[in-house]
Structure formats: structure tokens, C-alpha cells
Design a protein around this ligand. Structure first.
Ligand SMILES: Cc1cc2nc3c(=O)[nH]c(=O)nc-3n(C[C@H](O)[C@H](O)[C@H](O)COP(=O)(O)OP(=O)(O)OC[C@H]3O[C@@H](n4cnc5c(N)ncnc54)[C@H](O)[C@@H]3O)c2cc1C
Length: 151
């Protein structure tokens, strides 16, 4: 019997799954999309990697994600900070140039994009523990203590 049900296979759900797998606790991840990663999406074009969702982390202030990346031995690089960056805040505003080091000072990036983190977490989980295309629509605790999950 599955002990833990994880709704969503983003970084949080995958990390939780990888920790449960280490402890040999049975679990299932239900993910509504056809892929894991959630908001993380790295586009690979001719081995150039473009992060379209989360992109940076700041080791000085973001200890949790920094410790996770270090624990998993994922190679990182410093964000290139010379010159100017083009910043587009919305489709309705003209993009503007800002000093690059104002935007991403002391930030780092993952080699191969943030999907590299997703892939390491995913690979630590047996594929049979992840169900894609399963959107959870309700979770009900029954009177007898059992739980019914609808997808
Ligand atoms: C454009 C953009 C840029 C960002 N930049 C950065 C950055 O530079 N640095 C940074 O640290 N953070 C950044 N973030 C924030 C970062 O993306 C999130 O903090 C992180 O991805 C959240 O991970 P999560 O697993 O908690 O949630 P999510 O990634 O949202 O994962 C939730 C998962 O649950 C699934 N799900 C939802 N409802 C259901 C359901 N009913 N049934 C089944 N599955 C369901 C979703 O499909 C999804 O896969 C950025 C976010 C965006 C959108």
C-alpha cells in the first residue's frame, strides 16, 4: 500500500520523493502534466541551454537550494555579469537595458540548465513511482480513515 501520495512532480515533489525513496517509504507522485519539473523548463537547442522558468540561485542568501545543489554534486557557473542585460517586464512595456550586475549580482546558474537538477532528482526515483497525466481533482478523508483520491 502507498504510504505517501505526492501531488505534483515539480522540484518540491521530486525532492520529497527522492528523500522517501532513500528511507524506503512507499510513495507515489501524481503529476498532471506529461512531464515532471513543474515551473522548471530548460530548452535545449544544439546543446545550448535556455532556462525558460527559474534560472538563477543566490548562494549568499538561498541556503536551501544551494545546499541541495551541493549535496547532489551538480556543477554550477557564475552568472556572466559584464555589460548590460535586456529586461522585459511585460509584453506591454518596452524592454529596457539595465546594468547586468544590478540584476543578477552574485548569482549562479546550473550547467545544462535547471533541468539538470530535475533530472538528478527524477533519476533517484523509480519510474514506477511517478504517474504523469494524472490531475488530482479531489482528496477525501473517509469516515473509516481511508483516503480517496480522484484524478
Ligand atoms: C518565469 C519564472 C522564473 C523564475 N525564476 C526563478 C529563479 O531565477 N530562481 C528561483 O529560485 N526561482 C525562480 N522561480 C520560482 C521557481 O520556479 C519555483 O519556486 C519552483 O519551481 C517551485 O517548485 P515547486 O515544485 O514547489 O512547484 P511547481 O514547479 O509549480 O510544481 C508543481 C507541480 O504540481 C503539478 N500540479 C499542480 N496541480 C496539480 C494537481 N491538481 N494534480 C497533479 N499535479 C498538479 C504541476 O503541474 C507542477 O508540475 C521562477 C518562476 C518562474 C515562473
Amino acid at each position: 500500500m502507498t504510504k505517501v501520495l505526492i501531488i505534483g512532480g515539480g522540484v518540491s515533489g521530486l525532492r520529497l520523493g527522492s528523500l522517501l525513496a532513500k528511507e524506503d517509504i512507499s510513495f507515489k507522485i501524481l503529476e498532471s502534466r506529461e512531464r515532471v519539473g513543474g515551473r522548471v523548463l530548460t530548452h535545449n537547442q544544439d546543446n545550448n541551454y535556455f532556462d525558460l522558468g527559474p534560472t538563477w540561485f543566490w548562494p549568499d542568501t538561498e541556503k536551501t537550494i544551494t545546499n541541495l545543489i551541493t549535496e547532489l554534486n551538480i556543477p554550477t557557473i557564475e552568472q556572466y555579469n559584464e555589460g548590460f542585460s535586456l529586461l522585459e517586464l511585460s509584453k506591454h512595456q518596452t524592454p529596457k537595458y539595465v546594468e547586468a550586475n544590478e540584476l543578477n549580482n552574485k548569482s549562479r546558474r546550473i550547467v545544462g540548465g535547471i533541468s539538470a537538477l530535475v533530472n538528478v532528482l527524477k533519476d533517484s526515483i523509480s519510474p514506477s513511482n511517478i504517474e504523469l497525466n494524472k490531475k488530482v481533482t479531489s482528496v477525501i478523508k473517509n469516515k473509516n480513515g481511508t483516503i480517496t483520491v480522484d484524478t
